[in-house]
Ligand binder design. Sequence first.
Ligand code: MLT
Length: 241
Amino acid sequence: MKIHTIFSRVGVDELYFTSRTTVVIDVLRASTTILAALTNKAREIIPVDSFEFAIKVSGSAFSGQTLLGGERNSKKVDGFLLGNSPLEYSEEIVKGKSIILYTSNGSKAIVKARYSKNLFICSFNNIESIANRLVELNNDFTILCAGANKQFSLEDAVCAGNLILLMKQKSSLLKFSDASKAAMVLYGNYKKDIENMLRNACHGKELIDLGFEEDIRFASRINSCFTIPYFKKGVLKSLAI
Ligand code: MLT
């Protein structure tokens, strides 16, 4: 089994993902928010890659059952009910709802990887469940880090390294791309204090400045849920385990 890692969605063509198994990571905060929503019994998440498309899809949806969520420059978009903080996606608000999600990097990375044969969403919150699923599948796979501001982000790379090292503990005969090896080294460097790593990453600092410090704590919880978001026919649902 070979593990590939891509550190930014920019520069990789969507056709690369055709028939692959892909894991998208956007720790701050799209992956973490998707997990919170599905864990709190949202019916599904519809990731979109443009604001215009978000508005179009919401216009054709059943009123009341569909919520618009996401961010621009980390702030809630005017006219959207929800921003991109996982804390907003409580059971009270999302249970049974379809959520159209538009974010600066995370939802765009998911849409880019939509032709994958298997497409999962990972953050520190569900990392062990994702590793177990990948071991069961026993396929080569690619980790696509959403990055921040179209560039490399430390938190996604460290999370990728954590996932790869977990795979290494669970499976033999693995092969690693150079980027996967680099991700493991980064995880080794930061593993002692993931919350501190998130606080000091560029996007973590931006979120703290904007008042989202609680999101950093939330995102740093390792294995706080077992939810496996799985993409099929344009929507993310929780895979039954
Ligand atoms: C993204 O997609 O870039 C993020 O989730 C941004 C954020 O929520 O701050």
